[in-house]
Design a protein. Structure first.
Length: 191
């Protein structure tokens, strides 16, 4: 079920930000919307992200990865009823530290409803889930990096992306035994 775009009163615009400044731009705008009395113009600022897990040196780590690095999405009223650019919301966003410009320059176009629906459903799909940094395939050979089968190799028989688990056939005493592991407990065998 994708999130409806109808709950947002304005149009969606995209701003380009300095590298790794997306979160800073969002925090600033969110903080200063009430301070600068922009509630009638700027409604929501999004920086779509997902949680990605990876294993480095045997330790599971989580990082937040941006879907659109260098961009923030803002639901706002930018034009008046006559299609004229309104200075107050324009300068409020443009003058924010970390913002380079609106995508579209001096006459930005709003995203189409289908475009923002795709972005909102991406956010919803990633919400509360961990995505492995490495994607695996059935039949692929992997080395186990954690747990009781540490350092054994095996072949992937099943993949459960919802739970982030793999079923791996491991040869133990000359017999193949299926072992259920989490994505982060294995690594690809390098050829």
């Amino acid at each position: 079920m994708s999130e409806s775009t109808d709950k947002y009163p304005g149009e969606w615009y995209v701003v380009q930000t300095l590298s790794n400044q997306e979160g800073k731009v969002k925090r600033y705008l969110d903080k200063f919307i009430p301070v600068e009395e922009m509630e009638d113009y700027v409604f929501e600022v999004l920086v779509p992200t997902e949680v990605v897990t990876e294993v480095k040196n045997g330790k599971k780590t989580q990082i937040t990865r941006k879907f659109y690095p260098g961009y923030a999405f803002i639901n706002m009223h930018l034009y008046d009823d006559n299609g004229k650019l309104m200075n107050k919301p324009w300068y409020f966003v443009r003058e924010t530290a970390g913002v380079i410009n609106f995508v579209g320059g001096d006459r930005p176009s709003a995203l189409k409803k289908s475009e923002i629906k795709t972005i909102l459903s991406q956010i919803e799909a990633a919400s509360g889930k961990e995505t492995p940094k490495v994607q695996y395939e059935i039949g692929e050979e992997v080395k186990i990096t954690d747990g009781p089968f540490l350092n054994l190799s095996g072949r992937i028989d099943e993949i459960d992306p919802e739970k982030g688990k793999l079923k791996v056939s491991v040869s133990i005493f000359g017999r193949f035994t299926p072992v259920e592991l989490e994505y982060w407990q294995v690594e690809r065998l390098t050829s």
